[in-house]
Every structure is written in structure tokens, then in C-alpha cells.
Design a protein around this ligand. Structure first.
Ligand code: AGP
Length: 627
């Protein structure tokens, strides 16, 4: 997600070399790990705001600042943007200005109601320079600052409070105003914000990395809170001005681990980001009546109604997300859905025409195999939708429509949170198509969305209870081979669990459709062979569950070590399982969002026990940009 830094110092600190620009740029450098596609700063000096912003890497911004310096200042904000609304351009980069260029705002998150606010402000004559939701927030704060207070005793804090009372969605906002040169005001709802307490200076950061070089005294801002910092004071209230207390803590991470949020690796951090990745991908895409509004899916609904075949194109983990999508889309939409490995697709002379909808899935949006397959499908007349995690990347740019996942940048090579976000986005697309074509009633869509809204908390429950699984993983670090079985949507989960172990622990691992066992793979079962089995809900289609329990018995009878992932309350597996790891109850189609998590944790823990670099495994790249 975006990187945010704020600073206010006093003149004596300036002698110590802590100019606002230096502190802010250093903080943005520390936050680069979060991934971004543009950067910008604003400082308050000589009665005005000076702002510079550039797309691309921080080095582009630094070059801009060298070519066109800003004045010395003791008050400043800085931002690295991970594009969501609007591509990664100079114009869309933060800060965004308003109130005649006297107010600068930076933002992390998604303003859900920015469209209606924008209409209201346009009617007031506000002119917008970008397509971002952030600029709407900046214009709202500026409008309130100017009209509510008419410049007398203008109060940036009060303007921020009143604006936040109107904003919906997830946001961390920082603002500075030329009329109040010694103040930075910030607001927090859902997206993180931390205050750094200094001596004669104070800091703000999206995480402690933003100021860890200057202070280790921190205060985490709470939900729906406003903080006003000066060089000598930190004042916290709620959105209505009621004072609030922030609890101070000492940051004992070193800068490197601070970038990983205190986790041992980016992969661990991203596994723990998954509740938020699913929640952010769901955010703002349906209303309380269960009506889906996928704004970015700009394909004529009449054309989507004529679709008679769907082909999912992807590679690796993304392809396994596609396999999960197949079960859901066919169940809800009754449209034949094929899942193709992109690198195989265009060499098999596939049957594609204008009634084919091609859905590509890609975290990076740059995988060459997938890009070339999408190009081929478009040449054959197919409509194309990209499910992608990287705003403005090549595959969505070359697709007719895009449905962005909002997992935030995924740094570790082994995909985790992007996988769950891809599945979530695929569910939304399937429900959207079903809603469009009238396959299922809005009541059923509402029920599925209600079930999906409970998933983040269920993932968190699994993460919190992973101790025994981690212990088992460490005890198995010398295993040479692990098999994974699953049926229905458990089958792609088995494939993904095997891939994780291969990718980062370099152990032979293979996923099978559980029903395939007796057609050959069962010959692999030897005494002590570890076998993970992903068990469907006992409340689902009855034959599915009992068949998989039989599969556990079959491998157990031949000496396998049976490691079972099952739904809480499912006692039927206990007699045949050496270990059972339970996940909270959820409808069968949604289970991959839960059953995958223990397999990710197992792989990460085992690879860590072997002393491997789980973030940068050997031979692999995060984005495979060659065919
Ligand atoms: C997954 O852990 C791997 N890193 C790999 O299989 C990856 O999913 C695949 O290369 C596709 O990448 P993409 O999602 O960026 O297209």
C-alpha cells in the first residue's frame, strides 16, 4: 500500500540538519519496500505550499527536486503511491492541492463515495486536475477550510474533522496548509498511521519505517481519529473533536525488520496481510442490497449477456486461482468455463470467437506468457477482462476491462495475499455476470457477499491459531516429499499448497485430485509419506465429503502420515488423521480462501526452518517477463 510521511520540526532541529524535505525523502526511501509507482512531497515555506511529484521511482522525484528545489522548510509531507483509482502518472501522483494551491493532501486507501462528492464539488465550480479519489478529498477539505471558516481563524484540524465525517471507505489522510505553517493534520480510518515522538520535532508514518531513523517513540493512531502535530505537541481527537489518548510504545525493531512490519520475511508479512487484502478487494464493489457495481468492468452488459464460453488464462498460482473461479462461475452463471495455462493456450489452436470472454489473472500484469495469450485471444475476437494487482501494468492496459485486486504490492516471490485476492475478485466477477444474466437472484448474491464479508475475520482466526502447525512444519524440515490431495475446490488448493512448498522449501511436492489417487498416484504412498488432505465441508454436497474421508483412510492404511485441513466441528476425520488443522465453517465454494492459509504457513515455516530465503527463492523471479 502507499507510503506516507509527515514532519514538523523547530528551528533548532533545522541546525541539526533535519529539514522537512530531508526527513520526508529519507522516510519515503525507507518505505520504498511497500512498492509504489509514483512519489511526491509538499513543504510549507514563505507563506505558501511548494510541491513536487513524479511518476516512477523515488529517484525521479529526487532528480526533479534537484532541478527545481523547494524552499527550506520545517513542515512537510511525502507520499509513495500504489495506484488504485487512476494510473501511475505525474498528474495522479500525490500530493494533491486545493484551496488555490494553499492546501496539500496525501492519502492511503480508497474513498468509496468519491464520485458523489466530486459531483457536489464540481457543482461548486471546483476544477479537478486528476482522476483520483484523493484529489476529491483534498478539494473537500479545502472547500470546508475556506467556506466554513472563511479564512478567519482558519483551522485545518476542524476542516479535516468535518471532511472525515463525510468520507466513506478506508483512508489515511495528511494535510498541510500555507495559512498554518507549523502544523500537519492527519486522519485515520482503516489504513494504518503511526505518530513518531521527537524532541522538538514530531513525525507521522504509514508505518514506523517512515521515521525510525529519527525516533523510536511511537503512538499508533486508532480508528476514526484525527491527530494534529506541531514541533512541540501531538493532539489526538475523534472525528468530532472529542479528545483521545494515544498509547506510546517503543519501537525495538531494526530498520530492516521494520520494513517487514516486524515479521521474519515479506512472505510472512503478506500472509498476515491477507484479511486486509480480501477486505480491500471487496471494498466498494457492492451495495447494501447486494447489487454489484464493478466500475472498471467496462464491457457492454449486452455483450456480456451473449457470452457462451469463458476461458481463464493464467500461470502458476494465478492459474490455481482460475481453477477455483471455474467452480464458482459455472455454479453461479452456468457458462462453460475453461482454465488454460497461458503458455499452452495459443499453441493448441483454441476455439475462440466474439462470444468468448477471456479472463486473465495476473498479480504483476506483466507475465509474458499470459500477455501473449491475451493478445492472441483478442486477435480471435474475444472480449478480455484482466484480474490484476498492479494498476496500469501491461495486461490490464491491453484488455477490454480490468478488475483490480487491492492486495497492495506483493514483494515476496511466492504469491500469497495476491492469490486470495484473485480468488475474491473472481468470485465478484462471477456474481456480477450472474447478476447481469439473471442466473441467480439478488437475495442469493447478497448471501454470498455476506459470507465473503466474514472471510477476513476467519482468516485472522486461522493466523492466530497457527502455532501447532508451525511446530509440525519445523519438525518436518528434512522431509524429501509431500503430497497434497483435494477434491472440487480443494483440488486447486492442493495444487497451490504443493507449489508453495516446491517454490520456497525446494522439496518435491505434488498436488492431486483426490479421486485420481487410485488411478496411479497411490503407488507413491509408502510408510511415513506425508500427505496433506484438504477436506470439504461436511455440510456441503454429501458425497464430496465422504469420498475425501475415504481417501484419507486409503492413504492412512498404506502408512501415510495424514495431515488434514478440515472445517471446525468435523469429527469424522479425527480417526484417520495424524494431525487435523481446523478452519472456520464457510460455504464450500468459499473454502479456498481459508484452507489455503495453513498450507502457506506450513511452507513458509518449513522453509524458514531450513534457513532458506523465503522472499527470494532460488531460480525464481517475481514476474516472469519472458516466454
Ligand atoms: C506463485 O507463487 C509464483 N510466484 C508464480 O507461479 C506466479 O503466480 C506466476 O508466475 C504468475 O505470476 P503473475 O500472477 O504475476 O502473472
Amino acid at each position: 500500500m502507499c507510503g506516507i510521511v509527515g514532519y514538523v520540526g523547530n528551528s533548532s532541529r533545522k541546525e541539526a540538519g533535519h529539514s522537512a524535505l530531508d526527513v520526508v525523502v529519507e522516510g519515503l526511501r525507507r518505505l520504498e519496500y511497500r512498492g509504489y509507482d509514483s512519489a511526491g512531497v509538499a513543504v510549507v515555506a514563505d507563506g505558501s505550499i511548494s510541491s513536487r511529484k513524479k511518476s516512477g521511482k523515488l529517484s525521479n522525484l529526487i532528480a526533479e527536486l534537484e532541478a527545481d528545489p523547494v524552499p527550506e522548510s520545517l513542515t512537510g509531507i511525502g507520499h509513495t503511491r500504489w495506484a488504485t483509482h487512476g494510473g501511475p502518472t505525474d498528474q495522479n501522483a500525490h500530493p494533491h492541492l486545493s484551496d488555490g494551491g494553499r492546501l496539500a493532501v496525501i492519502h492511503n486507501g480508497i474513498i468509496e463515495n468519491f464520485a458523489e462528492l466530486k459531483q457536489e464539488l464540481l457543482a461548486k465550480g471546483v476544477v479537478f486536475a486528476s482522476e483520483t479519489d484523493t484529489e476529491v478529498a483534498a478539494a473537500l477539505i479545502g472547500d470546508i477550510f475556506r467556506t466554513e471558516f472563511d479564512g478567519d481563524g482558519a483551522n485545518l484540524t476542524q476542516a479535516m474533522r468535518l471532511a472525515c465525517q463525510r468520507l466513506e471507505g478506508a483512508f489515511t489522510l495528511l494535510a498541510v496548509h500555507a495559512d498554518q505553517p507549523d502544523v500537519v493534520v492527519a486522519a485515520r480510518r482503516n489504513s494504518p498511521l503511526v505518530v513518531g515522538l521527537g524532541d522538538g520535532e514530531n513525525f507521522l508514518g504509514s508505518d514506523v519505517s517512515g521515521f525510525i531513523d529519527y525516533t523510536r517513540r511511537a503512538v499508533e493512531l486508532g480508528q476514526d481519529q484525527i491527530v494534529t502535530i506541531t514541533a512541540e505537541s501531538v493532539d489526538i481527537t475523534d472525528f468530532f473533536g472529542k479528545p483521545a489518548e494515544g498509547k506510546e510504545y517503543h519501537v525495538d525493531w531494526d530498520p530492516a525488520s521494520a520494513e517487514k512490519g516486524g515479521f521474519s520475511s515479506f512472505m510472512e508479512k503478506e500472509i498476515h496481510d491477507q484479511p486486509d487484502a480480501v477486505a480491500q478487494t471487496l471494498l466498494g464493489r457492492s451495495d447494501l442490497d447486494g447489487k454489484l457495481t464493478l466500475d472498471e468492468v467496462r464491457i457492454d452488459p449486452e455483450l456480456l449477456k451473449q457470452v457462451n464460453k469463458i476461458i481463464v488464462l493464467a500461470c502458476g498460482t494465478a492459474a490455481y486461482a482460475g481453477l477455483v473461479a471455474k467452480y464458482a462461475i459455472e455454479n453461479w452463471c452456468r457458462i462453460p468455463t475453461e482454465v488454460e495455462l497461458a503458455h499452452e493456450f495459443r499453441y493448441r489452436d483454441p476455439i475462440v470467437d466474439s462470444n468468448t470472454l477471456v479472463v486473465s489473472i495476473s498479480q504483476s500484469g506483466e507475465t509474458m506468457d499470459t500477455l501473449m495469450a491475451v493478445r492472441y485471444a483478442r486477435e480471435q475476437g474475444a472480449k478480455t477482462i484482466s484480474i490484476c494487482n498492479t494498476n496500469g501494468s501491461t495486461i490490464p492496459r491491453e484488455s477490454d476491462a480490468v478488475l483490480y485486486t487491492h492486495a497492495g504490492p506483493e514483494i515476496a516471490v511466492a504469491s500469497t495475499k495476491a492469490f486470495l485476492a484473485q480468488i475474491t475478485a473472481a468470485y465478484l466477477l462471477g456474481l456480477y455476470l450472474a447478476q447481469l444474466r439473471g442466473n441467480i437472484f439478488s437475495g442469493q448474491i447478497k448471501d454470498v457477499l455476506a459470507d465473503l464479508s466474514k472471510i477476513p475475520a476467519k482468516i485472522q482466526h486461522i493466523l492466530d491459531g497457527a502455532g501447532p502447525l508451525r511446530e509440525l512444519a519445523r519438525s518436518m524440515k528434512d522431509e524429501k516429499s509431500v503430497l497434497f490431495l483435494g477434491r472440487h475446490v480443494g483440488y486447486p488448493v492442493a495444487l497451490e499448497g504443493a507449489l508453495k512448498l516446491k517454490e520456497i522449501a525446494y522439496i518435491h511436492a505434488e498436488g492431486f485430485a483426490a479421486g485420481e489417487l487410485k488411478h496411479g498416484p497411490i503407488a507413491l504412498i509408502d510408510d511415513g509419506q506425508p500427505v496433506f488432505v484438504v477436506v470439504p465441508s461436511p455440510r456441503g454436497r454429501d458425497s464430496l465429503h465422504s469420498k475425501v474421508v475415504s481417501n484419507i483412510q486409503e492413504v492412512r492404511a498404506r502408512g501415510a502420515r495424514t495431515l488434514v485441513i478440515a472445517e471446525e466441528g468435523d469429527e469424522s476425520v479425527k480417526d484417520y488423521a495424524e494431525h487435523v488443522f481446523y478452519v472456520p465453517e464457510t460455504p464450500t465454494l468459499l473454502m479456498p480462501l481459508l484452507t489455503t492459509v495453513p498450507l502457506q504457513i506450513f511452507a513458509a515455516e518449513l522453509a524458514g526452518a531450513k534457513g532458506y530465503d523465503v522472499d527470494q527463492p532460488r531460480n525464481l523471479a517475481k514476474s516472469v517477463t519472458v516466454e
